[in-house]
Design a protein around this ligand. Structure first.
Ligand code: FPP
Length: 273
């Protein structure tokens, strides 16, 4: 195993650098997805309103994004706002989240550019308020020429809705191309019609605040992902916690439904006898 001992990137703090040095350079995840959870509980523990937790969550976003870019993770996807959040939370909390997102985009574009990060979105954007959509388009355009990490924000996102949209898109494409008789559906077709069509499937999904659920996040794409759950609440999460998650990921053996090295050798030997 080649560790990253001598190649610590600039900008990592002492603890991050320490963890980074022990990682296997050949096995860094290509795509990390994060379910940011626990803002409300963070605020409640401090006797503060829920929105204070969301506000504090922005510092966690900033630290995580910067660290991921510095260690050259090719893609990071953050579950910022689910379709369910949008429909089931009080209007005041939803408006706060929308204005927080708008302010975040305006404030962060220079930092995203400094770190060569390209911004993308997944989710039904057209259902978001017009001014937020405009700000989102502006930020995407302002970072479109960056060639480093792709930061995807899942906004008004639901994995089931994404699959419904993909199936509709497949049928529509067939209707434009020879009609339903030419409809061919396999796994590649579905992947090519998802919102994430330009991203590799995540290798690692991180969930904060200790909950053991996927909450309708990237259900198709996470089929073989390693799941890392940390008790840390999102507003307390930093780059160092991301590196802890990557270290844990590297301890896992990914089998994609096959056998591990030892069992496949034993199976081959049994067949020989
Ligand atoms: C989950 O915590 C978090 C959210 C619904 C919103 C996430 C938003 C941010 C981290 C800040 C803004 C994001 C960006 C990209 C600028 P929760 O409210 O469900 O927490 P709880 O489960 O403890 O109640």
């Amino acid at each position: 195993m080649t560790t990253l001992h001598d190649k610590v990137p600039n900008g990592l703090n002492h603890k991050e650098a320490d963890l980074y040095r022990h990682l296997d350079s050949a096995r860094l995840p290509k795509h990390i997805a994060i379910i940011m959870d626990g803002n409300g509980r963070w605020a409640r523990r401090r006797h503060m309103p829920r929105v204070a937790g969301h506000r504090a969550g922005v510092a966690a976003v900033r630290s995580t994004v910067e660290t991921a870019a510095r260690i050259h993770i090719p893609a990071l996807t953050l579950y910022a706002f689910s379709e369910e959040n949008w429909k089931k939370r009080p209007v005041s909390e939803v408006s706060f989240l929308m204005s927080l997102l708008s302010r975040y985009l305006k404030a962060e574009v220079p930092t995203l550019n400094e770190n060569n990060i390209r911004l993308e979105y997944i989710g039904r954007q057209h259902e978001l308020p017009g001014d937020v959509q405009e700000r989102m388009s502006w930020a995407r355009e302002a970072t479109a020429r960056n060639t480093g990490m792709v930061l995807t924000l899942a906004l008004n996102y639901s994995a089931r809705t994404e699959l419904v949209d993909a199936f509709r898109s497949i049928v529509h494409a067939a209707s434009q191309n020879g009609g339903i008789d030419h409809l061919r559906i396999d796994e590649q077709t579905v992947s090519e019609h998802l919102y994430t069509r330009n991203l590799p499937d995540p290798d690692l999904v991180v969930r904060t605040s200790g909950e053991m659920r996927l909450s309708n996040f990237l259900l198709w794409q996470l089929a073989y992902a390693e799941i890392y759950v940390t008790p840390t609440l999102w507003p307390d999460f930093r780059g160092v916690h991301l590196l802890e998650g990557i270290a844990e990921y590297q301890k896992r053996e990914r089998r994609y439904g096959g056998l591990n090295h030892h069992d496949s050798r034993t199976a081959a030997e049994t067949l020989k006898t």
